[in-house]
Design a binder for this molecule. Sequence first.
Ligand SMILES: Nc1ncnc2c1ncn2[C@@H]1O[C@H](COP(=O)(O)OP(=O)(O)O)[C@@H](O)[C@H]1O
Ligand SMILES: [Mg+2]
Length: 353
Amino acid sequence: MLKLQNLSLRYEKDQVLRDVSFEVAEGELVCLLGPSGCGKTTTLRLIAGFEKPETGQIIIGDQVVSNARHTLAPQKRGLGFLFQDYALFPHLTVAENIGYGLSGRAKKEAVKQTWEMLRQIELLDHADKYPHELSGGEQQRVALARACAPGPSLMLLDEPFSGLDTSLRANLRRETRKILKDQGVTAIMVTHDPEEAMLMADRIVLMRNGRVIQSGTPEELYNNPVDPFAAEFFCEVNHLKGIVKGDWIETDAGFIANNGQPEGMSVDVLIRPEAVTLGSETFDKALSKKVRVCAVNYARGTSHVRLGLGEEQETTDHILARHQGSFNSEIGDRVQLNIDQSQTFIFPQKSEP
Ligand SMILES: Nc1ncnc2c1ncn2[C@@H]1O[C@H](COP(=O)(O)OP(=O)(O)O)[C@@H](O)[C@H]1O
Ligand SMILES: [Mg+2]
């Protein structure tokens, strides 16, 4: 449905996008995810036709809508928009706001579509209210309905929840995903929040410094990150340095099985906290090591245990473990460290650009 091919763009001297390529299938919800300033909004603006690429092209359906020579006007692209600073028309009712984009249609059809959208966002009882009489979450649902009402072929959402309370966000994410799916709309949503992307996306396109680092399902990105950045973006990860010694990689947390890295190579070893278990059960004796308990915090049913890797009590080298339930060891105790290698990622060390 949408193809971005080798897009690059620069503002004056700043190269903002470099060789950006990805595709979105019909009906799919794709999240563009990455740290602030990595080029997500710029990518959306290119898709919308507000910017022109320096190289590369954008194809919607089977039409080239942007390349270096020509850009199809935004209003001819069949798009719907929902941005953070969405504004409902304050002097129009909820129903009038939703019907706003339908003014070109037959009256009867416009009314029918407005009521259908009101039903979907479960605000039928609020049709005659004005925006200021609604909660923030309700306003956001109306804004989404207004954007969906004309039946856009592609919906672009830029950080649509970032102005809202955390408590509202969880519900709105679920509702927004449901509305987009019920409408069968193809959508691209920008967010810098990995949890939001994980919860909402069919597929995630992860960006950094104007490049696409990796794209795939949330599960693929979590379980098979392509580099340390991708591994660390989704949750706190233990990051150790290692040296390859035959079938093993030696790290401060003990030996990790080598996954084919050449002898003597310096590698980054990333271990998710849930892969670290403590106590007597051992996956493999060779992989385990005695460590010292430095701190224990208990939150939401899980103990977060910080373990010192060095010999001294005041060591600065730590590894973080997540232990289900409460953890019955005292600070200073020595415990057995075991690492589940399926949640351990090994990358050749390279200097970052
Ligand atoms: N109109 C502009 N002129 C110059 N630089 C810009 C402009 N818009 C964005 N940038 C720069 O481009 C980079 C990417 O911006 P943006 O796409 O908004 O990032 P994101 O949405 O991922 O936070 C940033 O470094 C930003 O400062
Ligand atoms: Mg942005």
